[in-house]
Design a protein around this ligand. Structure first.
Ligand code: PAF
Length: 279
C-alpha cells in the first residue's frame, strides 16, 4: 500500500490504474470501515481509502480536537485488508486556503435530524466529500462506498453525486455491529465500561419503535414520544428517535406501506451515538 498526502501525488499515483473504488473515512478505523474496504476491493481496479478529520463538519463545541487520530495503526489495518492507496492529506493539503466555496445541500433533506441538531454538518460533509471525490476520480470514474450507519449522510451524498452528475457511483456498506447489537463507531471508544454495557439500548429503542410502528393503526408521534421518554429514563439524552420514509426521510404518509427506517441519535454521558434500522 502506498500512502500519499498531497492531491498531486494522489492523482499521479492513480493515473492509468483504472477505476478507483474509494472509502472516505476520518480514521480511527474499526471492523465497520474494514468491511467497507473489503466491499470496495470487489468494485474497482484500485482500492483507495482516505483519512482526514474534516474540521468543516464539526461545530465549535464538538470533538474535533479530541477526535482520535491513529494514522499508523489505521495504515497497518488498511494494508492488512489489501488497500492499494491511502490518501492522508494534512489540513494544508486539502484546505491550502480557507474553503470559502462550500456545498449547500438541499435543506429539505439536510436540515432535519442530524442537520437540525448539528447545523452546518452536511455542508461540511458535502464540501469535503465533493473535494475528496474530485481528487480521487480525476482520471477515471469509479465507485465510493459509504456506511449505512450514517443513513442521512449516505442519502445526502447520493443526492449530491446525482445532481452534480459526479462520475461516481455511491455504494452502501452495511452497518457492522458488535455481538450485543451496538453499531460500530469510532466514537464508541469514548464510552466508559458502564456506558459501553448500556450503549446497545439505543438500537433496542429503535427495534421497539419499529415493532410498534408496524402494528395496525399505530400512532407514530405517540410511539416516538414514548421511545424518547424510555431512553431518558435509562439515563440518555436523546436528540431524536423517529420513524421516516426511506425515500425522502419525511414522516410516513402511510406506515402500512412499508419502506420505513427508524433513526435515532442520543447522548450517553459525553458520547453522542447515532443508529438506524430499516424495516
Ligand atoms: O462518515 C465519515 O467518516 C465522514 O463524514 C466522511 C464521509 C469521511 C467525511 O468527512
Amino acid at each position: 500500500m502506498q500512502t500519499v498526502h498531497t492531491i498531486a501525488d494522489l492523482r499521479a499515483l492513480l493515473s492509468g490504474r483504472g477505476r478507483p473504488a474509494f472509502v472516505p473515512t476520518m480514521g480511527n478505523l474499526h471492523e465497520g470501515h474494514l468491511g467497507l474496504v473489503r466491499q470496495a476491493r470487489a468494485l474497482g481496479d484500485v482500492t483507495v481509502a482516505s483519512i482526514f478529520v474534516n474540521r468543516l463538519q464539526f461545530l465549535p463545541h464538538e470533538d474535533f480536537d479530541s477526535y482520535p487520530r491513529t494514522l499508523q495503526r489505521d495504515a497497518d489495518l488498511l494494508r492488512g485488508e489489501g488497500c492499494d492507496v491511502l490518501f492522508a492529506p494534512r489540513e494544508a493539503d486539502l484546505y491550502p486556503e480557507p474553503q470559502t466555496f462550500t456545498v449547500q445541500p438541499d435543506p429539505r433533506l439536510a436540515d432535519m435530524l442530524e442537520g437540525h441538531f448539528r447545523p452546518g454538518f452536511f455542508t461540511g460533509v458535502c464540501t469535503v466529500v465533493l473535494k475528496l471525490l474530485s481528487c480521487v476520480f480525476a482520471g477515471s470514474p469509479g465507485v465510493a462506498v459509504f456506511g449505512a450507519k450514517d443513513y442521512q449522510q449516505l442519502m445526502v451524498v447520493r443526492a449530491m453525486a446525482r445532481q452534480f452528475a459526479l462520475p461516481v457511483q455511491i455504494a452502501c456498506g452495511q452497518t457492522c455491529r458488535a455481538a450485543d447489537g451496538l453499531a460500530l463507531s469510532s466514537r464508541n471508544g469514548y464510552l466508559s465500561e458502564a456506558e459501553r454495557a448500556q450503549a446497545v439500548q439505543l438500537f433496542a429503542a429503535l427495534r421497539s419503535l419499529a415493532q410498534g410502528a408496524l402494528a395496525p393503526g399505530a400512532d407514530l408521534p405517540a410511539l416516538e414520544q414514548h421511545a424518547l421518554a424510555a431512553l431518558r429514563a435509562q439515563g440518555w439524552q436523546p436528540d431524536y428517535l423517529t420513524v421516516r420514509q426511506r425515500s425522502d426521510l419525511q414522516a410516513p404518509r402511510n406506515p402500512q406501506a412499508g419502506q420505513l427506517v427508524a433513526l435515532g441519535a442520543a447522548r450517553l454521558g459525553n458520547t453522542r451515538l447515532i443508529d438506524n434500522l430499516e424495516f
